[in-house]
Design a protein around this ligand. Structure first.
Ligand SMILES: [Zn+2]
Length: 333
């Protein structure tokens, strides 16, 4: 029995046909966690779809209406990069419900993992990059509305910048100042790590600079990583960004977006992390959060390894890393 809950539904499957996004990955992660006995049936909690009211905490009524009535323009559907269907809308409402449930359980148990979600490219008024609804932002706004948290921090380690997250929470930004850059040297004309203070939600994004999205709205901290960066340098930058963020801001909840696509064999990524390096990344986030007593809710986001099995392994390792970290005393780690 795990000391935290896994949020999962077979209906997380995205009905998008043959696609670079491995829509079956959620079912395969669930299956692997059961087969390897990392998780018992009792570790899983089944989500309900978010309500329209929840979705409207982040998204505009016009956009929600278009999704519900199937009236996206051809351009809007193209930008989404997944084929629209009413079933797909239901899957995204369910992912958002899953992230709300994960946030709730994280506040009780210290950690909770949504075996799905992390759709960080969704904006209030449109979707893009396979992301229709920003489940993490919906969960944050719902926890705030219910007075369960006041503040949150997003830690986005997907290889692609969290443009939707940055745009959604940009409205709460109050002060702007350059950050000290103490990380490993990286060639470039400006420091790779830069950003601004946040209001009630502090956003951190570590991503490959030369990758989608072309336009990267500023997060509270952005770390623009060079192509091919390997485990040690990546982990140093993550450590640096977490320390800097937590010096500036004390969140009631960390939302960790644990994308599997910084993997060196990813089809849509250009970083050089190994499977072991990605597990160390997860451990670092859990360890830092635990040392400061901050609950963590996890979502999975992207993962496009040439072998889907590798993506499944990376996602399963996030569960194992959380379990190992929660079993350690703070002084051990
Ligand atoms: Zn990604």
């Amino acid at each position: 029995m795990l000391p935290f809950k896994l949020i999962y539904s077979d209906d997380y499957y995205l009905p998008i046909g043959q696609h670079v996004f491995p829509a079956e990955k959620y079912r395969r992660v669930h299956q692997r966690l059961r087969e390897t006995e990392v998780a018992d049936p009792g570790d899983f909690v089944t989500p309900q779809p978010a309500s329209d009211q929840d979705i409207l905490l982040v998204h505009t009524p016009q956009y929600v209406n278009k999704l519900k009535t199937g009236t996206l323009s051809a351009r809007e559907e193209l930008e989404l990069e997944v084929p629209y269907s009413p079933e797909l809308v239901r899957a995204f409402w369910l992912a958002a419900g899953g992230s709300i449930l994960a946030a709730d359980h994280a506040l009780k148990d210290g950690v909770a993992i949504n075996i799905g979600g992390g759709f960080h490219h969704a904006f209030p008024d449109h979707g893009e990059g396979f992301c229709m609804i920003h489940d993490v932002a919906v969960a944050i706004r719902r926890m705030q509305r219910d007075n369960k948290i006041r503040t949150a921090m997003t830690v986005d380690c997907d290889v692609h910048q969290g443009n939707g997250t940055a745009a959604i929470f940009a409205g709460t930004r109050t002060v702007s100042e350059p950050l000290p850059s103490n990380g490993p040297p990286v060639l470039g004309t400006r420091p790779p790590m830069h950003g601004t203070h946040a209001g009630d939600v502090f956003t951190i994004s570590l991503h490959q600079e030369n990758n989608y999205p072309a336009w990267k709205p500023p997060s509270s901290i952005d770390v623009d990583l060079p192509d091919g960066i390997t485990d040690d340098d990546y982990l140093a930058w993550l450590d640096n960004a977490l320390s800097s963020g937590l010096r500036q801001f004390t969140p009631d909840l960390i939302c960790y977006i644990a994308g599997a696509d910084p993997y060196r064999e990813d089809q849509l990524g250009g970083l050089g992390l190994t499977i072991e390096g990605l597990k160390t990344r997860d451990e670092l986030v859990f360890r830092v959060a635990k040392a400061q007593g901050i609950p963590v809710m996890v979502t999975y986001a992207g993962g496009y390894a040439q072998r889907v099995e590798d993506t499944v392994t990376i996602h399963c390792n996030t569960v194992i890393a959380a379990a190992e970290c929660l079993a350690l005393k703070v002084s051990d780690g």
